[in-house]
Design a protein around this ligand. Structure first.
Ligand SMILES: *[C@@H]1O[C@H](CO)[C@@H](O)[C@H](O)[C@H]1NC(C)=O
Ligand SMILES: *[C@@H]1O[C@H](CO)[C@@H](O)[C@H](O)[C@H]1NC(C)=O
Ligand SMILES: *[C@@H]1O[C@H](CO)[C@@H](O)[C@H](O)[C@H]1NC(C)=O
Ligand SMILES: *[C@@H]1O[C@H](CO)[C@@H](O)[C@H](O)[C@H]1NC(C)=O
Ligand SMILES: *[C@@H]1O[C@H](CO)[C@@H](O)[C@H](O)[C@H]1NC(C)=O
Ligand SMILES: *[C@@H]1O[C@H](CO)[C@@H](O)[C@H](O)[C@H]1NC(C)=O
Ligand SMILES: CC(=O)N[C@H]1CO[C@H](CO)[C@@H](O)[C@@H]1O
Length: 760
């Protein structure tokens, strides 16, 4: 049976690749997308170009194709493309045209989610920060300044794609585009202006005449264009889509009988690490599907995904499924949104390093092949439904040609069931669906995930849902010799040394303009015995309590140059309070508070009004409670090392590096030179011995690290991806900025080995 499935899949692939040479007509009806007159059931997967490197794109796309995908979906990341108004960047890893052309070269379709608000756990939801400073702007609302810039950028992307002939209507791979993103979750907050904005966005997009449909994600009432456009360019109707964990059960259906059921985000990870189906049932979309610092990696089993994809196709007549993410990748640099880990959806079918994650990748590949065997009855047949038992049912599709496909569902989460169907009896494992492409033989059961490479693994019957990762890490070079490291410790600024002053506490994002995670808040106070009512011995340190309240995300406090403590918020609640007893000196005391953001916010209504940084500062003792909130403050934006770019070869020569002291001072930069591990397997840096900070390789940031933020299961993330293309064979400059007291003389380079079985 398996052999048969593979042959059919190969034939389909040939058909689809040979037909992407001429302009094609993309339209749809209530059943499916229709490409050149043919109805389609399409499997798509999200792969975001800035979350990997151009060198990785061909292999990621090839593995997606081999996994049975028809299409690759990506967002467009406005803030990487237009960092300053009118200054565009489409080079290197930002070369979206190259990415789409790679998808095309491999014969897959592309879905372009332009947004341009995208959320996506990405800094500021993809919006460039400069929008924040445009007078009168209100994001994502019926607001002229926002609409002008949104339209300008959307038009720019569409025209780039058009001039490269990348829309299907021009012979290119793009069959769908998206405008806005999950607007349904905020629309009500904007009242009438929200509704007006959604309508404007739809009309604006349709007016760009891409010749392929636009869709809106999580938008139950995506507007239909006005009548005259509908008759003019029929294929430019918008399609609304279902976005979530369980579209097979929750999707209310398209908002018009001529729109097909499409599922644009099929979250590939979701549940906490337990793999007990009965415990999974009943959990809805409350927990996160991506990982944040302070939480364990989320999991969603291959079996659970397969169940819901099959149910969506069988019960809801779904015809477009997208896996969010198929490859998550890495949030390099400072691109992750607040508290989001550098590793993004490592549990996806392709892991962070681009390796196939088994059994997920293989199970979904088999699912796609089995479903493709049902195409004729699914797309041209009549759907029938019948009960086979109290928690068992069947969906049957019968085509006029006589072809028939059946889906036998056991919704009992604990017990297997034996069900009668067409004079035969079928055994269905708990919470599973069997696919019968001829209404007779079982081609696939959603609960029977198998590792594809039989010689390498034991098959675990009946389920392999406990075996999640087959990734093995090889040990690389250990960077533990103290003499290989040098260090440079940041000077702690004080009020006098800062140049930016204000009479009050400033909001952090408005002050740094997102140029750094770091903002120093400093003030000085005179501590004078005569003014103090305490009776103090001359020799004892006067004690007081420093009381800081912050909007987020992290604080490192220093008094007279000495560290006095740190505090942090969380993804759920970025706000926090800090209280510490401190010793003051007679005379001028310098309080220096380093407020750190761990990524910009990425979601919610009125993003432009969100605030971060310090909110109030007091110093208390038994008698007094002095509020410094409105008081002369001095600010330093960013760290010295950042300003000098000491993580680059050139910048590194600008400062006097010292011998490694092993002192674990806070706010210390460490550097060393390392050779790349041999071979071409992916490389990861194990930062388990570090606290919190950022890491650079040859001047390129591989992201924020934070192993000291523990989840119930241990560090949220200790492995950090170092793409091969960031490395040269020898003498790579590795620089770590450590905020806490991490010890850098302890990490190994480690190589995640390719799964031995990834190549069949
Ligand atoms: C609109 O985009 C064009 C490039 O496509 C740019 O030259 C122009 O400055 C932009 N206008 C605004 C208002 O951003
Ligand atoms: C799964 O969870 C249910 C409900 O919590 C429990 O009764 C059952 O024993 C669990 N099964 C396994 C295999 O852990
Ligand atoms: C399965 O059972 C759950 C819990 O009763 C229910 O919410 C869900 O809709 C059922 N699904 C199917 C396909 O019957
Ligand atoms: C099932 O069996 C009955 C009686 O033997 C027969 O009439 C019927 O055609 C069979 N149905 C199918 C689908 O084979
Ligand atoms: C940002 O700064 C500007 C100018 O300094 C000020 O007018 C504005 O109110 C600030 N906005 C916020 C949200 O703090
Ligand atoms: C605080 O800073 C001032 C000005 O730089 C300096 O004169 C003073 O000695 C500092 N106070 C302490 C206790 O370090
Ligand atoms: C719950 C969840 O994972 N939601 C995500 C769905 O996908 C969007 C990207 O479009 C993310 O931003 C959401 O956080």
């Amino acid at each position: 049976m398996r052999r048969v499935l593979h042959i059919v899949a190969a034939v389909l692939a040939v058909i689809s690749s040979s037909s992407i040479v001429h302009g094609r007509d993309v339209t749809y009806d209530g059943r499916s997308l229709i490409i050149d007159g043919q109805r389609k059931i399409l499997f798509s997967g999200s792969i975001h170009y800035p979350r990997s490197t151009p060198e990785m794109w061909p292999s990621l796309i090839a593995k997606a194709k081999e996994g049975g995908l028809d299409a690759v979906q990506t967002y467009v990341f406005w803030n990487v493309h237009e960092p300053q108004p009118g200054q565009y960047d489409f080079s290197g890893g930002h070369d979206i045209v190259r990415f789409i052309k790679e998808v095309q070269a491999q014969g897959l379709y592309a879905c372009l989610r332009i947004g341009p608000f995208i959320q996506s756990e990405w800094s500021y939801g993809g919006l460039p920060f400069w929008l924040h400073d445009i007078p009168g702007i209100v994001f994502r609302s019926d607001n002229e300044p926002f609409k002008v810039h949104m339209q300008n950028f959307t038009a720019k992307i569409v025209s780039m794609m058009q001039s490269e002939k990348l829309y299907a209507s021009q012979g290119g791979p793009i069959i769908l585009s998206q405008i806005e993103n999950e607007y349904g979750t905020v629309e009500k907050t904007y009242g009438e202006k929200g509704l007006a904005y959604v309508h404007w966005a739809g009309q604006m997009a349709v007016g760009l005449q891409t010749g392929v449909p636009w869709f809106m994600c999580k938008q139950n009432d995506a507007p239909d264009p006005v009548k005259k456009e509908e008759t003019l360019i029929e294929c430019n109707l918008q399609i609304n889509s279902c976005n979530g964990m369980k579209c097979g059960e929750t999707f209310v259906g398209p908002n018009s009988p001529n729109k097909p059921s499409i599922w644009t985000e099929n979250w590939t990870t979701h549940f906490p690490a337990e793999k007990n189906f009965s415990e999974l049932i009943g959990k809805s979309c409350v927990s996160l599907s991506y990982q944040v610092y302070g939480e364990d990696a989320p999991m969603r089993s291959a079996e659970d995904i397969a169940f819901h994809v099959t149910l969506f196709i069988a019960a809801k007549k779904g015809s477009f499924v997208n896996y969010y993410m198929y490859h998550g990748g890495t949030n390099f640099g400072r691109t992750a949104a607040a508290f989001v880990t550098t590793s993004y959806y490592d549990q996806a079918p392709l892991d962070e390093y681009g390796l196939t994650s088994q059994p997920k990748w293989g199970h979904l590949k088999e699912l796609h092949a089995a479903l493709k065997l049902c195409l004729t009855p699914l797309l041209s047949g009549v759907q029938a439904h019948l009960y086979l038992g109290p928690q068992q049912q069947a969906y049957i599709f019968s085509a006029p040609t006589g072809e028939c496909a059946a889906f036998l569902i056991n919704n009992d989460t604990t017990n297997a069931a034996s069900v009668p169907f067409r004079n035969s009896s079928y055994d269905l494992p708990p919470r599973s669906i069997s696919i019968l492409p001829d209404c007779k033989n079982v081609a696939f059961n959603t609960a029977k995930a198998r590792l594809i490479c039989l010689p390498c693994y034991e098959i675990q019957e009946p389920f392999v849902s406990t075996q999640y990762s087959t990734r093995t890490m090889g040990r690389g070079k250990v960077l533990d010799a103290a003499d290989m490291w040098q260090e440079f410790t940041e000077a702690i600024p004080n009020f006098k040394s800062t140049s930016t002053k204000s009479e009050t506490l400033l909001e952090q994002m408005n002050t740094t303009k997102d140029s750094s995670d770091y903002l120093w808040y400093t003030f000085s106070l005179v501590f004078d015995f005569s003014c103090n009512k305490h009776t103090l011995h001359e020799t004892s340190d006067p004690q007081a309590i420093l009381d800081v309240s912050s909007f987020g995300h992290v604080l490192h406090a220093f008094v007279n140059g000495q560290a006095v403590g740190s505090a942090q918020g969380s993804h759920e609640n970025p706000r926090f309070k800090f209280e510490r007893t401190v010793s003051l000196s007679i005379g001028i005391n310098n309080v220096s508070l380093l407020s750190v953001m761990v990524g910009m916010p990425d979601s919610g209504a009125y993003l432009e009004t969100r605030g971060s940084g310090l909110r109030s500062v007091m110093i208390r003792d038994k008698q007094d409670n002095k509020d410094f909130t409105n008081y002369p403050w001095g600010y330093q934006l960013g760290l010295q090392g950042e300003k000098l770019q000491i993580y680059t070869e050139q910048g590194s020569s600008q400062v006097q590096w010292k011998k490694f002291s092993n002192a674990g001072n806070p706010l210390t930069w460490y550097k060393t030179l390392v050779d790349a591990p041999p071979g071409d397997v992916p490389v990861a840096l194990n930062l388990a011995s570090m606290g919190k900070g950022e890491a650079w390789v040859n001047g390129q940031s591989i992201g924020r690290y934070w192993p000291s933020y523990h989840a119930p299961g241990g560090s949220s993330q200790t492995w950090y991806n170092v793409p091969r293309s960031f490395l040269k064979p020898t003498g790579n400059l590795l620089v770590l900025l450590e905020e806490e007291g991490g010890n850098p003389s302890k990490y190994p380079w480690t190589l995640p080995q390719s799964h031995k079985c990834a190549v069949m």
